[in-house]
Design a protein. Structure first.
Length: 258
């Protein structure tokens, strides 16, 4: 049994069917997340309403990889853990156990975010059905101390194909989606807060690099060139790439020569 007064996060382990307390939480803070101010503020507002016992929405953070979606959820925990916020991370393959996990925490005083990173489903995948039930569709109301936050590269979580639109009709100037489209949209619709994360601009990428190299004494222009070369090598200019650049170059002799 977890003591939630002193445990701030846990991860569901399927094989042993238990919640493992997290002892070392990723220390990322909200002020370290650059280039996503609108999304960050909406998530802060929603989480504060949740902590205050006011109506709040399940959240889907979707969009480009490496843009801070999962880091934002971790930063919210670090910001509000002393206000009673707790996070339980559940892998997509373990969504089957969501009802049992929720039953175990619904009577606690803390406020729980159940978090699933990189959530998406393939054609014929039925794992999303327990999630739909927990979010909204059961005969029992969801507990007021639980929200579901998910990140995904897909807006509707399920794969979308051109053929799915063939049966969509326009009737009296209103779009009537096909049954396939309706099924796919019905899942994402259960997230009242859906935030898009787009590929970041070059200047935002360099700003993030600068945030890692605050005390860097060398040539800043040369540092930026090295960071851009690294981004081109990795085919991405985002926060994840900036951190990888820092990991690769911060203690490297090449950085000292820049």
């Amino acid at each position: 049994m977890i003591d939630w007064n002193h445990t701030y996060a846990a991860i569901w382990r399927q094989r042993q069917a238990f919640l493992r307390p997290v002892r070392q939480i990723d220390p990322i803070r909200l002020d370290q997340l650059l280039g996503i101010e609108p999304q960050k503020q909406q998530m802060i507002d929603n989480t504060l309403r949740f902590l205050a016992g006011l109506p709040a929405n399940n959240a889907l953070l979707w969009g480009a990889r490496g843009t801070g979606k999962s880091s934002l959820v971790k930063a919210l925990l670090n910001e509000y853990l002393h206000e009673g916020l707790r996070v339980i991370e559940v892998d997509k393959q373990d969504l089957l156990y969501l009802p049992e996990i929720v039953d175990d925490i619904r009577e606690h005083n803390q406020r729980f975010i159940i978090y699933c990173d990189d959530l998406s489903f393939e054609h014929g995948d039925a794992l999303y059905k327990p999630l739909k039930s927990v979010l909204e569709g059961s005969i029992e109301l969801p507990p007021e101390n639980v929200l579901f936050y998910a990140t995904s590269n897909r807006r509707h979580l399920l794969p979308e194909h051109m053929r799915d639109n063939l049966d969509t009709l326009l009737v009296d100037n209103e779009v009537h989606y096909s049954d396939t489209i309706e099924e796919k949209i019905s899942l994402s619709d259960r997230f009242g807060l859906r935030l898009a994360f787009y590929p970041q601009h070059t200047q935002t990428y360099l700003d993030i690099v600068d945030s890692y190299f605050v005390d860097y004494p060398g040539n800043r222009e040369a540092l930026h060139k090295a960071a851009l070369d690294f981004a081109h090598q990795n085919a991405a200019k985002n926060g994840r790439t900036a951190k990888q650049f820092f990991n690769a170059f911060s203690n490297d002799e090449r950085t000292e020569q820049l």
